[in-house]
Each structure stands twice: as C-alpha cells, then as structure tokens.
Design a protein around this ligand. Structure first.
Ligand code: UD1
Length: 448
C-alpha cells in the first residue's frame, strides 16, 4: 500500500498549475496499440459514492489523472481514508490503479471553495453528504469554463427529497436532519451530474424514489452497478427512468471502473487524423456507437477485435459530416472539439451543432491559428475542409478543446506547440506516451 499523503504530495508536484507545453510535429502515421484507461467520468462519482457507507469501497482500473487526485484531496478533507495499491515497477503497460476508500467517520461535511472551485464534479458530494450526515455545506462549483453550468437541477432534486437548501456566501447549505424521503423527481433537462447526485442520495432515503428524464450515460450505469453491489436497490439501469428503493444503509464493495469512452473516441479521431492502423485495447464499441458511426461515415475503418477496437485509415479522403451533440446515446459533447479538428481537413463542408453547452467553441480560434476555416453562428460551426494545416503556437483552453489541438497538430505540417497543457492532464493519462509509442512525434516540454 502507498500512504495517501505520499501520493498527495507527489501529485501536487506533478499536476499543479505549471506551464508545461506539448510539442507535436505533424505528418506521422500511427501504428500499434493504445491502452484505454478507466473512465474519468465514472471514477469521480464512484469515488464520491464512498461517502455513502462506513465500509470500504475498492475501485479498480482507476486512471491517474489530475481530476482524480483533486477529488481525492476533497474526500480526504471530509475524512475519507484513501490508500492505493502498490505502484507497478514498470508504469508502461497501463493497468489502472486500485483505490481503497473508507468513509468510516465523516469528520467535516463542508467542501471549501479552494477545492470545489477547481473541479465542477466535486460539487456532487452535496447529495451523498446530506443523505448520510443530514447536513452539508458545499461551495458552488468551478471547473472548465464552458458556459454558465448552473446547479439548479441538483438543488431541485435534493429539495424534492426533502432537503432544505440555502445559499450562504457562495456555499450551498443542505439540511435534512431527519433524513431524505423518497419521491418522484422529474428533471426538466437531462443532466449527468444531477442524475448521479440524486441517484446516490436516494439510495439512503426512506422509501422509493423515481427519477424521470434521467441521463443514460454509461458512467451512470457503472455507478448504479456499483451502488447495487453496495446493497442499493435500483431498477431501470440504462434507461431514462430509475427506480430506487431506499435502504437505510449501504455496505462496502469491489468495483472495476468501465473503460473511458471519451478517451477511446479521442484516440479513434487521432488515428483518423494522422492515418494508420491502431488497436484501442480495452475499448468497447458499444459505449460509443454514435461516434464510431460518425467516423465510419467520414471513411475511417472501425472493426471489433478480441481485445478492443481497431481503427484504420489508409490515406483516403475524409468525407465531411453534419452532426449535433446530444445526451447519450447521441453524439457526445465531449468529442465535439475532436471531431471538429478532424473535419478541418475533410473534403468538403461539415456542420457541427453544439446543443449541450453554449460556450463550448473555444477551440475554434485556436484551430484557426493552424489555418482551419471555421465560421461560428450561435450554436453551429461550419467547417470548410482545407488542404493543409500549418503548425503554430496554440493555447489549451479546456479539457476537450486541448485534445482537439493535439489532433489538429498530428495533421498539421511542421511543429505545433500547445501551451497550458495542465487542462489535458485533468482528463488524459499519459497522452504523449500513448501517442508516441504508436509513432507520433510528440513530446512534453517541462517548464522550469
Ligand atoms: C458531465 C460530464 C462532462 C460532460 C457533460 C455532458 C462528468 C464528470 N462530466 O458534466 O464531461 O461534458 O456531463 O455530457 O461526468 N445543467 C443545468 N442545471 C444543472 C445541471 C446542468 O442547467 O443543475 C445544464 C448544463 O449547463 C448543461 C446541461 O445541463 O447545459 C448538461 O450538463 P450536465 O449533464 O449536468 O453536465 P455535467 O454533469 O456537469
């Protein structure tokens, strides 16, 4: 076991807001295997689920990411004891890490601004804390600067479950001294985070909760499966109606995080961009049918293999595409920037509409620095394919936008340097290693 404090110090040094850059020389084809890590967007709520029980929750296949380490700090602050199984001697073959989380005593039900403002998903501790302790005080969230991203649906759901909610000095204060009560929660809009939060909170409520218009993202299914192992009674997993029969108490469990479909899609787009033949090991096609279908329409080869999914592109032209982002099972907003980067060199004009977040186009001006021809009108980007992109200095602005610049860099002539790559470290594990092992000319330029 590695003591949690040692891990914390190490990761503060590794993932603080330093100014590393990534340099890419475009034009190399990719060949080989890329291992797919555990899903960030499942790991975060699964770690938060540890707050629901006094017993030990063991999570396997946890990716080593800045967001995961930030949440570990927040949970530790609440009193969660976190240990991590011994490090591998050779960190190259990616196996994921095993976390043991134990929230036997919750020593603090407050989540401070300094921590929550750095990662939006940490706000999700509110529901489990008030469900278990009857009170919680959590700072309003921060995270990627992609639109206003309110939390009204979270608060609506908790109020429906009987919590009293106040806003005090930038904090949400939730109280339910006699516990939460099961009820019917009908979300007016699909929200991944609000679905996670109300699903988790309702497992400890008295009586039955029905969540309607629930998000159906596979990560919600993964969390539900884990909660079921912990003793929760949940029906409708994978559908938009979840029925939870509240139980007073949950137990410990062992759960393996599902593969990251956004990382999978990102590398599939990278192979499409650079050309070549790569197996995405551990990937599951069923988790992102819409994105793979879109890639096939552009002319990229996708095939299942016993170990994952194989992506091939052998120099043929890329067909343009018209697509809009939608909640699962639609095309994911988290792959919109990557698709746009790819389409900058398609043989024609693509139309990409973003329906989930109003401000998720910050990559557009950076792609333009490489020579992309993109017109923005409201929620729609019109991308005219160009013959050549040329390397330039660009700036990473948020998690998914940053990786779209990597994809564009792989296609561009000459050198692209991406500044502020700490955004990438929030969500992509060993990105430069995974790509360079397949032949990409990519390296991290460490600052200072
Ligand atoms: C999660 C994902 C993120 C992904 C997003 C949409 C994690 C850790 N993050 O974010 O990667 O891009 O889903 O697939 O899983 N909204 C409200 N009120 C609320 C909550 C949300 O209006 O209380 C709006 C948001 O502003 C947005 C839409 O609902 O327009 C969807 O947001 P949501 O699904 O909640 O995104 P997150 O859970 O934050």
């Amino acid at each position: 076991m590695v003591a949690s404090s040692a891990r914390q110090n190490k990761n503060e040094n590794e993932t603080g807001p330093h100014m590393d850059r990534i340099s890419i020389v475009g034009g190399r084809r990719l060949r080989g295997t890329i291992p797919i890590s555990g899903a960030k967007n499942a790991t975060l709520p699964l770690m938060i689920a540890s707050l629901l029980t006094a017993d030990r929750l063991t999570l396997k296949n946890v990716p080593n990411l800045a967001d995961v380490n930030m949440l570990a700090r927040i949970l530790r602050n609440h009193g969660v004891d976190l240990t991590i199984d011994g490090k591998r001697a050779d960190p190259s073959p990616h196996l994921g890490e095993t976390f043991h989380l134990s929230a036997r005593d919750i020593v603090d039900t407050a989540a401070p601004y300094e921590l929550v403002s750095r990662m939006r998903a940490s706000f999700w501790v509110l529901g489990p804390l008030v469900a278990r302790c009857g009170v919680a005080r959590v700072s309003m969230p921060g995270g990627c600067a992609i639109g206003t991203r309110p939390v009204d649906l979270h608060l609506m759901g908790l109020k429906a479950l009987g919590a009293e909610i106040d806003i005090d000095g930038g904090y949400v204060v939730a109280k339910a001294p006699k516990g939460l009560k099961g009820t019917r929660v009908v979300f007016p809009k699909v929200s991944v985070g609000a679905t996670h939060a109300i699903l988790m909170a309702s497992t400890l409520a008295k009586g039955e909760t029905v969540i309607e218009n629930a998000a159906r993202e596979p990560e919600i299914g993964d969390v539900a499966e884990c909660l079921i192992k912990m003793g929760a009674k949940i029906e409708g997993v994978g559908t938009s109606t979840l029925r939870i029969a509240g139980t007073g108490r949950l137990e410990g469990a062992v759960h393996t995080v599902l593969p990251d479909r956004i990382e999978t899609g990102t590398y599939a787009f990278a192979v499409a961009a650079a050309g070549g033949d790569v197996e995405l090991k551990g990937a599951r096609r069923a988790l992102l049918e819409t994105a793979f279908d879109a890639l096939e329409r552009t002319g990229v080869g996708i095939a299942d293999t016993p170990a994952g999914v194989r992506v091939t592109r052998n120099g043929g032209p890329l067909e343009p595409i018209t697509i809009e982002t939608q909640p699962y099972p639609g095309f994911p907003t988290d792959l919109q920037a990557q698709l746009m980067a790819l389409m900058t060199k398609a043989k024609g004009t693509s139309v990409i509409r973003e329906t989930i977040f109003e401000n998720r186009f910050m990559h557009v001006q950076e792609l333009a620095r490489l020579g992309a021809d993109i017109q923005l009108q409201g929620d729609t980007a019109t991308v005219k394919g160009v013959k050549t992109l040329r390397g330039a200095q660009v700036m990473a602005t948020d998690l998914r936008a940053s990786v779209s610049l990597v994809i564009a860099g792989l296609m561009a002539e000459g050198q692209t340097t991406i500044n502020r790559v700490y955004h990438l470290d929030r969500g992509f594990e060993r990105l430069e290693q995974k790509l360079s092992r397949c032949g990409a000319e990519i390296e991290r330029l460490v600052s200072g």
